[in-house]
Ligand binder design. Structure first.
Ligand SMILES: Cc1cc2nc3c(=O)[nH]c(=O)nc-3n(C[C@H](O)[C@H](O)[C@H](O)COP(=O)(O)OP(=O)(O)OC[C@H]3O[C@@H](n4cnc5c(N)ncnc54)[C@H](O)[C@@H]3O)c2cc1C
Length: 505
């Protein structure tokens, strides 16, 4: 009897192992799509459960009266074939057939006396210009330019683990050197003009200046380009790649719970009450919702709890997009300037705005017209309390749209009469469409605190479960999604004792 049951068990094991292990991926943003692609490449049977009606998550765009309003792409690390990240984008089907432009300058910054700093991506040109504005600061400028050049010779490691760590070491050293915010470095300039321009150009909350230095270095190396067509086609290409590898995305499928049995993740429960089972579960959804809601705070330790109480998420945005019936092709594509008449959004005073003029991408507006966009950081709680009163919420969006147009009119007086479409997204819009915690648009800010933290992709006491995406990689961004997803599938292959393989097509 014992021999018989052993035989049966062996037969069942053989049958089971001939069936590929299954994986449920929660969330069809860039990280979820990448996890799906790599898992399919490695012979897993996968499905993506996405609560929204389209793939891409934050990497998205929407259309209004012929204008395309892009919700994400400014630059893509890995656009250059010389970057290791380029190969990963090929693997997930993003690069093929796409035209990239590299920027001559990252942005232009004005002060209230008309002084202008152009952030040329060529370090030599940037140096020349900075020295012409602040000759007494030549030594400091030379030091910064020298470090941009030095960093531009470094490839971004795409492998996590030990080899990735050693590749990352010189970059980490540079990050530690510039871990303070740009505003702090700005104070070192003798020239008050440069002090203000530098802080306005590179100051991004309390983000480490290293992040901006790194961006400038990437662009100096010809990387960090923009894909014509923007975010929409990029996400669609990834979804198509996933489908071509045999994966299926189920839309309108919000996951409420991750089901756990004896410390193993075994499935999920959807908002409609249905349950789905799989051998492995990967969450590519919001980190806070995954840990505190879907897993009901049961798989957490002090380190992870501290991340969610001590680290700062990117502040949410009011995201104003405008359709302009005029040609702005001669204007800077990115321009930051102080407002003569500041305005407030709840507790936040808006004294300076940065406009992005999509005159470099003809697909974004009908011929002779232009899409313009303004990102304003805002207070989440202000919007949360407003949303209880739909009328006040709607009126506030309208007021801000008008205030932004008036602000831009300080520089472009004809613009108000050219506006055809106004679209205002709030932190609650981001939250509704992507589920991101407090409307954060890129996960954790890469500030001094976050630089010293490594966020694990697995949770204590829970096997057969991984997290991928911006919440497990401070600084967030599109590459983080692909890198963390690739790393999770490599580990999953290890658990299944199979070699990790990748395919380009
Ligand atoms: C204005 C803006 C500009 C940006 N610019 C750049 C840039 O130039 N370069 C760059 O690299 N990055 C940029 N980013 C950041 C980048 O878009 C994000 O970091 C990245 O897209 C995050 O991908 P993700 O897959 O980790 O998360 P998300 O995009 O948030 O994807 C999560 C997905 O999970 C789904 N989901 C959530 N909860 C559930 C649930 N319970 N059940 C089912 N599905 C669920 C969501 O609907 C979403 O599709 C920008 C972002 C914004 C908003």
């Amino acid at each position: 009897m014992k021999a018989l049951s052993l035989l049966c068990y062996r037969d069942i094991r053989q049958e089971v192992s001939s069936i590929s292990p299954s994986v449920i991926i929660i969330g069809g943003g860039v990280a979820g799509l990448a996890a799906g692609c790599y898992a399919q490449m490695n012979g897993f049977r996968t499905e993506i459960l996405e609560m929204h009606t389209a793939p891409g998550g934050l990497c998205t765009a929407w259309k209004r009266k012929g204008y395309t309003f892009d919700g994400c792409l400014h630059w893509l690390v890995g656009s250059s074939p010389r970057s290791s990240m380029h190969r990963l984008w090929e693997e997930v089907g993003v690069i093929q057939g796409r035209t990239f432009i590299t920027y001559e300058y990252y942005s232009q910054v004005l002060d209230d006396r008309g002084n202008r700093l152009i952030l040329y991506t060529d370090p030599g040109r940037l140096r020349e210009q900075m020295v012409s504005i602040a000759p007494k600061d030549e030594r400091l400028i030379n030091r910064i330019i020298h470090d941009i050049k030095k960093l531009s010779r470094r490839d971004m490691p795409v492998e996590l683990g030990v080899s990735g760590f050693f590749g990352m070491l010189p970059i980490i050293i540079m990050f530690m050197k510039y871990r303070m915010p740009a505003q702090e470095i700005a104070l070192k300039f003798k020239s008050p003009v440069m002090r203000e321009l530098f802080a306005s150009a590179f100051g991004w909350n309390d983000m480490s200046f290293a992040f901006m230095l790194w961006t400038m270095a990437l662009m100096a190396a010809g990387d960090g380009g923009y894909a014509i067509g923007g975010s929409g086609p990029l996400s669609e290409a990834m979804a198509a790649r996933y489908a071509s590898l045999g994966g299926t995305i189920y839309f309108r499928s919000r996951v409420d719970r991750i089901l756990v049995k004896n410390g193993h993740a075994v499935g999920v429960r959807l908002a409609d009450g249905t349950e789905r089972r799989a051998d492995y579960i990967i969450s590519a959804a919001d980190g806070h919702a995954t840990i505190f809601d879907m897993l009901e705070e049961r798989y957490i330790n002090k380190k992870i709890r501290d991340c969610y109480s001590d680290l700062d998420p990117f502040p949410p945005l009011v995201y104003v997009s405008l359709g302009i019936a005029a040609d702005y092709s001669g204007e800077p594509h990115s321009l930051s300037f102080p407002l003569a008449r500041p305005f407030a959004i709840g507790p936040t005073e808006v004294k300076r705005i940065s406009i992005r003029i999509y005159n470099f991408d003809p697909t974004m507006a009908p011929a002779g017209k232009t899409t313009v966009n303004v990102m304003l950081e805002t207070d989440y709680d202000y919007w949360k309390q407003l949303c209880d009163d739909r009328e006040r919420y709607r009126a506030e969006k309208e007021r801000i749209g008008k205030a932004v147009i008036d602000g831009i009119a300080e520089l472009y007086p004809a613009l108000p009469s050219q506006v055809e479409v106004i679209d205002v997204a709030t932190p609650l819009t981001f939250e509704r469409y992507t589920g991101n915690w407090r409307g954060s648009y890129e996960g954790w800010l890469l500030n001094k605190k976050a630089l010293s933290v490594r966020i694990p992709q697995q949770l204590p006491g829970l096997s057969n479960f991984f997290m991928v995406g911006q919440w497990v990689s401070p600084g967030g961004g599109l590459p983080a999604g692909v890198i963390t997803a690739r790393n999770a599938i490599r580990k999953l292959c290890g658990l299944e004792k199979r070699n990790f393989v990748t395919k380009r097509y």
